[in-house]
Write a protein that binds this ligand. Structure first.
Ligand SMILES: Nc1ncnc2c1ncn2[C@@H]1O[C@H](COP(=O)(O)OP(=O)(O)OP(=O)(O)O)[C@@H](O)[C@H]1O
Ligand SMILES: [Mg+2]
Length: 353
C-alpha cells in the first residue's frame, strides 16, 4: 500500500477529517477527525472511496461522477472546496466542506487521493460563539475607554477652564475607569485559562476565616458599614491546602454580589464538612429569580439592571472546581440569595488544574 500506518498517524494530528484512497480507489486511511465526523468508520477502510463517502452536490448529483478523480483530466491535482452532502443509507445526511487532492506519478497516473472533510455544523457553532465573545468583550472595553478618552481630551483642551475640584473629579473618574479596564482584562484572562484548562493553582495552607475577615475588613475600610456583615466560623476546620489569592477572588465576588445585587445583612459562614469545608453566603435582597438560577454561572450572564460583566460567578465556579469543590446557588430561607461552595482539604500540590 502506498500509504502506510505511519502516514495515518501523521494525519491524526490534523483538525480536518482526512480520508486517503490508494491508486485503485480503495480507502486506506481514515484519520481521527474523519472518524469523529463519520461516526463508526471502521468498516470503511478497504472499501471503494465512492462507496465509503457517498457525496452529493447541491444539485443532487453524485460528486464522484462529476469529478472523476481516477479517469478524469490527467492534469488535475485538486478539487476546490465545496459544500456537499454526505448521504449514507441508514444515517442522517451531513453537510460537509470537502476538498480533494490527487497525487500523481510522473506518468500522471493517480497514486493516491486525499479527501479532506470539515464538519460545517461544528465550525459555524464555534465561529458563532467566538464572534459573540468578541462583540461582548469589545462592548465591555469600550465604555470605560470612552470615558477615559473623553475626560482626558476635555482636560487637555480646556485645562484652564476647570477649577481644581473639577479636575480632581475628572481624574478620579479616569483612574477608576482605568481600574475597571485592568480588572476586566484580568477577568478575561482568567476565563481563557479556565476554558483551556490552564488555571494554575499555587496551593498553600490557607485559613478560610482569615480570608473572609480580610475581605470584610477591606470593605469596611472602603466605607461599607460594619453592620452589613455577619461572619460565623464553625469550630474544628481542617488544615486546608488551596490557592489563597484565587479563593480570595471567589469570596470577593460572592460578597460583592450580595452587596451589589442583594440587600440587607450579608451573612457569611464557614463550617467543616466531609474532609474539607463549606462556605455559605446569604443576603436579604430579592434573591435570584428561579428562572435565572441555572444561568448565573454562565459566562457573561448578568442581570442588566445592576451593571457588572457577568464573569464573576463563571470564574468563581472555575476556581472552585479546579480545587475539586462544587458551587451552587439557591434561595435562602430569608428569601435572599444563597451561594454556597465546598472546598476539599486538598493536598500540597503547587501546580494543578
Ligand atoms: N446575591 C445576589 N442577589 C441577586 N442576584 C444575584 C446575586 N448574586 C448574583 N446575582 C445575579 O447573578 C448575575 C451573575 O453574577 P456574576 O457575579 O457572575 O456577574 P456580575 O456580578 O453581574 O458581574 P461581575 O461579577 O463580572 O462584575 C448577576 O448579574 C445577578 O443578576
Ligand atoms: Mg459579580
Amino acid at each position: 500500500m502506498p500509504e502506510g500506518n505511519d502516514v495515518g498517524s501523521g494525519y491524526d494530528a490534523l483538525a480536518d477529517g482526512v480520508v486517503v484512497a490508494d491508486r485503485d480507489g480503495t480507502v486506506v486511511v481514515i484519520n481521527q477527525a474523519a472518524r469523529r465526523i463519520l461516526g463508526d468508520a471502521e468498516g470503511l477502510v478497504g472499501q471503494p472511496l465512492t462507496k465509503a463517502l457517498p457525496l452529493v452536490d447541491p444539485q443532487g448529483r453524485d460528486w464522484w461522477e462529476c469529478t472523476r478523480p481516477f479517469d478524469g483530466l490527467a492534469s488535475r491535482v485538486r478539487q476546490p472546496e465545496r459544500l456537499l452532502t454526505l448521504s449514507r443509507p441508514g444515517a442522517e445526511d451531513q453537510t460537509l466542506l470537502v476538498t480533494a487532492a490527487y497525487n500523481r506519478d510522473p506518468h500522471r497516473n493517480i497514486t493516491s487521493v486525499v479527501v479532506s472533510l470539515r464538519d460545517t455544523v461544528a465550525r459555524s457553532r464555534s465561529e458563532r460563539s467566538g464572534a459573540e465573545l468578541v462583540s461582548v468583550v469589545a462592548h465591555e472595553l469600550r465604555s470605560p475607554l470612552t470615558s477615559v478618552k473623553g475626560f482626558t481630551a476635555t482636560l487637555l483642551a480646556k485645562w484652564e477652564r476647570f477649577n481644581d475640584e473639577q479636575k480632581l473629579h475628572m481624574l478620579q473618574t479616569v483612574n477608576s475607569d482605568a481600574d475597571r479596564l485592568t480588572r476586566l482584562i484580568s477577568e478575561l484572562l482568567d476565563v481563557s485559562r479556565i476554558e483551556t484548562g490552564r488555571l494554575e493553582l499555587r496551593k498553600q495552607v490557607v485559613d478560610l476565616p482569615t480570608l473572609i475577615e480580610r475581605d470584610v475588613n477591606g470593605r469596611v475600610a472602603a466605607g461599607e458599614s460594619p453592620q452589613r456583615f455577619q461572619v460565623e466560623i464553625g469550630s474544628e476546620l481542617p488544615e486546608m491546602w488551596a490557592d489563597p489569592d484565587k479563593l480570595g477572588q471567589v469570596i470577593g465576588n460572592v460578597v460583592e454580589n450580595s452587596l451589589r445585587h442583594g440587600a440587607g445583612t450579608v451573612s457569611i459562614s464557614v463550617t467543616a464538612a466531609g474532609d474539607g469545608a463549606v462556605v455559605t453566603v446569604v443576603d436579604q435582597g430579592e434573591g435570584i429569580a428561579p428562572a435565572a438560577l441555572p444561568r448565573i454561572f454562565t459566562k457573561f450572564w448578568r442581570d442588566t439592571r445592576r451593571g457588572g460583566t457577568g464573569l464573576g460567578l463563571f470564574i468563581a465556579k472555575g476556581i472552585i472546581e479546579a480545587h475539586g469543590g462544587t458551587i451552587e446557588a439557591g434561595q435562602a430561607d430569608s428569601g435572599g440569595a444563597m451561594i454556597s461552595f465546598t472546598l476539599p482539604a486538598g493536598t500540597p500540590t503547587y501546580l494543578e488544574g
